[in-house]
Design a protein around this ligand. Structure first.
Ligand SMILES: NC(=O)c1ccc[n+]([C@@H]2O[C@H](COP(=O)([O-])OP(=O)(O)OC[C@H]3O[C@@H](n4cnc5c(N)ncnc54)[C@H](O)[C@@H]3O)[C@@H](O)[C@H]2O)c1
Length: 442
């Protein structure tokens, strides 16, 4: 069964997006270099954080990896527009979730440059560090989507662990004054309901290939701090939401489904919770840590807005003004699908160390959600190109090519076998059953 309603339906997107392409074998190829039409792009609000500190005198050029992706594009816009003193270089491979629309507003700025490059390439990294005489690195680039990490885990280890290693090694050789490594609350693993919030000294206990790769990257960071005294700060953030997030993650994906009048397809029972930070708030937190934080420290960036996946459905239906009080009304708009192979129930981190530096989130979840819905209603259909396949329950992405799960299962693999084979499917099914009947991993 395919939940793809309009596989041919690039109509709206293609009309307003220059260069959207259909794949050769029933797939979509996204083109992160394509710009939306000028008249539309000019209507987009310029979104940044709100903090401003005295510029650091030992900082002239900041390299931001993953700068065409979600969180880093907010940070790049903030740095370029708030601190003309800093030269900011966005360095990005331009994967499926990236788009140059995210930083297009900066193209005419003298203190901004974009360089396409891959953090897993020592040559690319060396070239950009030398070309711009970089002194500071903010490292965001990653494979960031947990769902994709169950099917494509080598790519997660390669980008998140090896890529971080390459950056650290090149940073060591080049000599830098600050390296800020962006990590996640997921490295701590599941936090049972009622358990105390975890501080920066808690042990790391990741449970999925994504979080394991982020924890492994942190081990490399720790080693470079100890062995080479590299001036590193690590941050571990809760879930982030807001405009500019590629619609593979739950909030923008569900907004776009409702916008298309399609059902919300909820993994499992929808009970897992996540704590949510608005993008502008994480930018302010990173700005605060950059200007006031101490080298060698780890900082949690923590929110108190803990929301379950099913609650996100209800809140979005509210914002869209869709009745959902009765079971019949709800069933029209929400449907449960199979769950991820394993899904942490919740994460809960203690942010008091960062609070002591003077940061607090400013945006309430309800207000942030309204701003986000408004942005996606205006720009979501055109910002990345044709996102129809992205909106299916378990899309598969390789580079810039996207398939529905069903389309991908039908593809021959490189050795001529079908990608999906009965043996591995039944093994996966057994593993899933074992997981569901066993006690949770501690
Ligand atoms: N989104 C969240 O809720 C969240 C929460 C906590 C931490 N984080 C972390 O923040 C960082 C950014 O997350 P995001 O959600 O903005 O991600 P994203 O997926 O929107 O962006 C990632 C960017 O990295 C780029 N990239 C991927 N591989 C690359 C490579 N090999 N070389 C160069 N660039 C490459 C992509 O093209 C993309 O632009 C990640 O490190 C993620 O682990 C995210």
């Amino acid at each position: 069964m395919s939940a793809l309603h309009s596989p041919e339906g690039t109509d709206t997107a293609a009309d307003s997006f220059l260069g959207a392409k259909r794949g050769r074998r029933g797939s979509t190829i996204l083109n992160p270099r394509s710009y939306v039409k000028e008249e539309l792009w000019k209507q987009a609000p310029v979104l940044t954080g709100s903090t401003k500190f005295e510029p650091l005198l030992d900082t002239k050029c900041i390299l931001v990896t993953g700068g065409a992706g979600f969180i880093a594009c907010w940070f790049v816009r903030h740095l370029v527009l708030t601190y003309p003193h800093y030269h900011v270089v966005s360095f990005d491979k331009l994967d499926h979730c990236a788009t140059l629309n995210n930083t297009r507003i900066l193209d005419s700025k003298r203190n901004f440059a974009f360089e396409q490059g891959d953090i897993t390439s020592p040559t690319d990294v060396k070239r950009v560090l030398r070309k711009y005489k970089v002194d500071t690195i903010f490292h965001f680039a990653a494979q960031s989507h947990v769902d994709l990490s169950f099917g494509n885990s080598y790519e997660f280890t390669n980008t998140n662990v090896y890529g971080t290693h390459v950056l650290l090694e090149r940073a060591r050789e080049h000599g830098i004054t600050r390296f800020i490594h962006i990590s996640t609350d997921e490295v701590y693993g599941d936090v049972p309901i009622g358990a105390a919030e975890l501080s920066e000294t808690s042990i790391l206990a990741p449970t999925n290939p994504y979080s394991a790769s982020k924890a492994a990257a942190e081990m490399m960071v720790l080693a470079y701090r100890s062995s080479f005294k590299l001036p590193i700060i690590t941050v571990r953030a809760n879930n982030v939401y807001g405009p500019h997030q590629f619609p593979e993650k739950i909030i923008p994906k569900f907004i776009m489904l409702l916008q298309r009048q399609q059902k919300l397809l909820l993994h499992g029972d929808g009970s897992p919770t996540r704590r949510y930070l608005y993008a502008g708030d994480i930018v302010d937190a990173l700005d605060t840590i950059f200007h006031n934080g101490d080298i060698g420290q780890i900082y949690n960036i923590a929110s108190k807005d803990e929301i379950s996946n099913i609650d996100i459905c209800h809140r979005l239906l509210d914002v869209f003004g869709i009745p959902h009080q009765t079971p019949a009304e709800l069933a029209q708009w929400m449907q449960h699908t199979e769950d991820r192979p394993f899904n942490d129930q919740r994460y809960a981190t203690d942010g008091s160390k960062l609070t002591a530096l003077g940061w607090q989130p400013k945006m309430s979840f309800d207000e942030g959600l309204k701003i986000t819905v408004d942005w996606y209603r205006r720009f979501g259909e055109v910002w990345w190109g044709d996102i129809s396949r992205v909106l299916t329950p378990f899309p598969v992405a390789h580079g810039n090519e996207i398939w529905t799960k069903e389309e991908h299962d039908d593809l021959p693999s490189s050795d001529g076998e079908l990608v999906y084979d009965e043996d591995s499917a039944s093994w996966t099914e057994q593993a899933r059953e074992r997981l569901q009947t066993s006690d949770r991993i501690v």
